[in-house]
Design a protein around this ligand. Sequence first.
Ligand SMILES: Cc1cc2nc3c(=O)[nH]c(=O)nc-3n(C[C@H](O)[C@H](O)[C@H](O)COP(=O)(O)O)c2cc1C
Length: 336
Amino acid sequence: MLKYPKTQALMQRGCDFLGAEYAILCGAMSWVSERNLVSAISNAGGFGVIACGAMTPELLDREIAGTKELTSKPFGVNLITMHPQLFDLIEVCGKHGVGHVVLAGGIPPKGSVEAIKGHGAKVVVFAPTLALAKKLLRSGGDALVIEGMEAGGHIGPVSTSVLAQEMLPELSEEFLVFVAGGIGRGELIAGYLEMGAVGVQLGTRFACATESIAHPDFKKAFFRANARDAVASVQLDPRLPVIPVRALKNKGTEEFTAKQREVGLLLDQGSIDMGEAQLRIEHFWAGALKRAVIDGDVENGSLMAGQSVGMVTREEPVAEIIASLMAESEAALGRR
Ligand SMILES: Cc1cc2nc3c(=O)[nH]c(=O)nc-3n(C[C@H](O)[C@H](O)[C@H](O)COP(=O)(O)O)c2cc1C
């Protein structure tokens, strides 16, 4: 007997694809999604994903090996497409027989999808538009994650609800689509499953789980925050591109605004050239997520969080979070 039959029936294709009991992915979160959280998610029936981020191939090798010691269940690895050693990282995943590689951060470079598939692994891609989604799925992507701007971390400009309406009716029959961004409760999971999603991906809701190694002060900042505190970074000067990131407001986000003004002024005065100006903006947040997650510097670090942070009010074991999401979804479907 299935514990959540209506929800699990709608998740069936996603569960088969992931090899997990529930088609709930914990999205890769740099510094947070390491062996402890990833194994806890997979052990609880979800699907954990290691965030490779800027790790070297050696570090990723160790992280995968460490994760395998903590779980015998499937888990994935998230690789950033612009990583200079992307192909070496793919080899590391292949060596360990990682079953699912998620390619994030842009269009996969030529040959990367083929290299992953050459190891027998499945490729999960992100796409911000329907046209790109179709292109990636027709050129080797095995599943798609659509992620709206409610999410924590790097974001696009469109909300999850709009992306879901644009993409799911078009894609869900032929392809496997997971929905991410702003999901805090199971009722919403039920809704996206009914629209054709085969599963969901959450980050913010899992970042402060008991098993997460995030610093206690990072977790406290999440527990205190409301939805409106998780704001997208703002670009002040059209000449100085800022990649939008959603994070909790703090001293660092205020100083970033001041930094943009200062650099813009230096550019006006001709004291620095465009290349130098853009570099200064780019470098502002270097190492900032680690400062927040690992060192607990919640004033100057980057507290990446989605709008669902308002629903994160206490530390809970991963298994309890997954159980409540599934129960809420099941109850919602039962009321239909
Ligand atoms: C602290 C934090 C760090 C993140 N780091 C990454 C990352 O390194 N790579 C990535 O693809 N997504 C990253 N994300 C996005 C998550 O994987 C996930 O897609 C997102 O959190 C889902 O939306 P939600 O926050 O509304 O649940 C991060 C999110 C958070 C909150």
